[in-house]
Design a protein around this ligand. Structure first.
Ligand code: ADP
Length: 463
């Protein structure tokens, strides 16, 4: 059973916070306790000093008299705080003794402290110990006080209350942070998982063939927004591909229909005996078959170029030399229509697939020959700029109507259908040229005016 991203994220955040709280609690408990014990021990030492000094101050040197009432008051208040005292004078006579004054109260206080400390600090193994401190006045020893308290340290009511509130505050902070982290974790996990879930929904729809869907919501998170963008991009690419695929099927069907209809009607008429199978009629049928063959051949070429567009075999080539050689190979065909091919421009090097660029030249020059009037000139000009090289193929032929210009690079597009049927074009030559040029990261453009001729320009990057 796979866990959802949202649950995993929420649980992880909660887990991290729980661990942090546990570590902070253990550490703070340990250090606070340690510091507090030191503090309490110091306070106890101070207390013994206060007791000693206040008892010493109850002695009057002139009269050698002890103020026993005050000593009693000091003794009782110390007893309630957990200090059991016994005061002697210089001759070791007992002046005041807490135990002989109120044995029951002493025992009660001692057992209360012992049991409370045994419960709170079982490892401490503490006990009541008596220590003697000399009573001095103006540098002279005037007696002794024996102070007994629970050591190494003990906590009184106030101390216990303080520690208790501290613990409650720590627990409250822990619970509040846990609650806050659970809420924040939940919201965060939801914000992260929401666009992913939506993306999954959209990709499912794309997989089912619905290419028009797009993700509208975008995330603030860079990676998630990139994911959304690439899914949208994928959907639009698939949409375009699907349109092209349908278009291609329609176009191929359309292109095949005319020759097949002609063939069918001719052959039917001949086999039904309506028409004599004369040489002329058979010749017409043959021409239609050749037309179909050429169309299929062109389609194959286009498919190959489009699928191989990434496998260009680039070599350093002298563009001028390539243009001259290609022009030479087409000069006979041009001469048949009394056309002259002129080549000019500098010798420039390009890094390109030689055969493919030659194919572009052949297609453009053949078109220039096909669509030129009898007698005239076709100019091929090589040029170079700072980071590009290219060539123009210019003719003084029939030209292309302005409104047709945007479409001539599309598959099967023929500016004038009836006119082109006679020239034998299938409308794929320019599409092939454009695919090759674009595979080289170049551009192909056309300027033309009906009746005045056309100028095709190919620009390729130097590297
Ligand atoms: P085709 O095989 O029909 O020549 P192309 O793709 O090479 O197919 O050209 C598409 C159409 O563009 C042609 O049918 C023609 O109408 C027009 N065209 C191309 N080159 C020229 C040109 N040099 N002069 C006039 N029209 C042209």
């Amino acid at each position: 059973m796979k866990k959802s991203l949202r649950n995993q994220l929420s649980l992880s955040i909660l887990g991290i916070v729980l661990m942090t709280i546990a570590i902070i609690s253990v550490l703070s408990n340990y250090f606070i306790n340690k510091e507090f014990m030191h503090y309490v021990s110091r306070q106890q030492e101070l207390k013994t000093q206060v007791i000693t000094t206040s008892i010493s101050n109850q002695y009057t040197v002139f009269t050698s008299h002890w103020n026993l009432d005050y000593i009693h008051a000091i003794g009782m208040s110390s007893l309630y705080e957990g200090y059991i005292i016994k005061v002697y004078d210089n001759e070791n006579n007992v002046l005041w003794d807490a135990q002989s004054h109120d044995m029951r109260l002493c025992n009660q206080i001692m057992s209360q402290i012992s049991s409370r400390m045994a419960i709170s600090y079982p490892q401490l193994n503490g006990e009541f110990k008596a220590t003697d401190y000399p009573l001095t006045l103006d540098g002279e020893v005037i007696g002794t006080v024996s102070i007994s308290y629970f050591g190494p340290f003990f906590l009184n009511d106030n101390d216990f209350r303080f520690l208790h509130s501290l613990n409650i505050i720590l627990i409250a902070i822990g619970l509040v942070s846990l609650l806050v982290s659970a809420i924040v974790g939940y919201i965060l996990a939801k914000r992260i998982s929401r666009p992913i879930l939506m993306t999954v929904g959209v990709t499912k729809q794309i997989a089912a063939g619905n290419y028009e869907v797009r993700l509208k919501e975008n995330s603030n998170t860079k990676e998630l927004s990139m994911l959304v963008e690439s899914i949208n991009h994928l959907a639009s690419s698939l949409e375009i591909l699907e349109k092209l695929r349908k278009q291609l099927t329609e176009d191929v069907a359309h292109e095949l229909r005319t020759p097949i209809t002609i063939l069918q009607s001719y052959l039917e008429a001949m086999s039904d005996g309506v028409w004599e199978p004369t040489n002329e009629r058979l010749e017409s049928c043959y021409e239609e078959v050749v037309r179909i063959g050429r169309l299929v051949g062109d389609l194959e070429k286009l498919a190959k170029i489009e699928s191989d567009s990434l496998k260009l075999e680039k070599t350093r080539t002298d563009l001028m030399e390539l243009v001259e050689k290609t022009a030479d190979s087409l000069r006979v065909e041009a001469a048949g229509r009394k056309l002259e091919i002129r080549v000019e421009g500098p010798h420039v090097e390009i890094l390109a697939d030689r055969d493919r660029i030659r194919q572009v030249l052949v297609n453009l020059i053949s078109n220039a020959i096909k669509y030129s009037k009898e007698a005239g000139t076709i100019s091929l000009t090589v040029f170079e700029t700072e980071d590009t090289v290219g060539f123009h193929v210019q003719d003084k032929g029939i030209g292309i109507p302005r409104e047709e210009l945007p479409y001539i690079f599309e598959r099967f597009y023929r500016a004038d259908k009836s006119r082109n049927r006679s020239t034998g074009g299938s409308g794929i030559g320019l599409t092939i040229a454009k695919s090759i040029v674009e595979a080289h990261d170049g551009k192909i453009m056309v300027e033309s005016c009906s009746g005045e001729g056309s100028k095709f320009t190919v620009i390729l990057p130097k590297e």
